[in-house]
Design a protein around this ligand. Sequence first.
Ligand code: NAP
Length: 242
Amino acid sequence: MVAVITGAGKGIGRAIALRLAKDGYKIAVCYNNSGAAAEKTAADIIAAGGTARAFRLDVTDSVNVNFVIADIENAFGEIAVLVNNAGIAEQSLFTDITDEMWHKMIDTNLGGAFYCARAVLPFMIHRKMGKIINIASIWGETGGSCEVHYSAAKAGIIGMTKALAKEVGPSGITVNCVSPGVILTDMTSHFDEDTMNTLKDETPLGRIGTPEDVAGAVAFLVSADADFITGQDIAVNGGMNI
Ligand code: NAP
């Protein structure tokens, strides 16, 4: 069974790839710019006894998405799981967000999840099985100041998850999302020490999250234990903002 993970060269995507490989999935390690990192993720999985291959997949390019997903299905194996993890973040005053910034944010985070889900679903519907996990964000749930475009894209992912779950449930497919709080990756590595300490203080569990914390929730949602769970948003945030 193949799990396709977008943005799996680094950060949360890499942790999900390693975890699902440990749980027995063949991993399609998808990347856009981080080719060397994706090859390393695949090599690490293979070194640990698993099966993986790196695929270049730009989630903003629907033609590329359709082509690569068909290639994975036909040449690597039947796709059982899609994890829409690829995303970008950016901080900006709302009035400073340009048309270009807005479209790039929505196209990457929300459009990317749409293109990838649309590409895998015909295969999943044909088999009447499959699990789609979308990585949203705490800011999609609560709204983040100076991240309105990011928050809107992630809120869109939560809405898409709920609606799509209803539409494809009769075909035996589950669709859920995971909304991380503050997780230490390249996306948050530019925060200074004071900001990190403030974020830690605002988190009831008293620490910043790890990519493995998110991977654990994804592993549960794709496991048989979650077969009757769909349309849900699982928060992995240490109790922040609840
Ligand atoms: P990251 O280390 O910056 O990773 C982002 C990933 O997205 C990279 O692997 C990147 O791939 C991929 N990506 C970006 N644009 C892409 C495109 N056009 N096509 C394909 N892949 C693309 O950040 P991260 O923290 O692991 O983020 C993973 C997900 O978690 C994102 O959706 C993010 O919004 C979400 N999240 C993160 C946090 C946090 O605190 N870190 C909190 C809430 C939600 P390449 O490097 O190969 O281009």
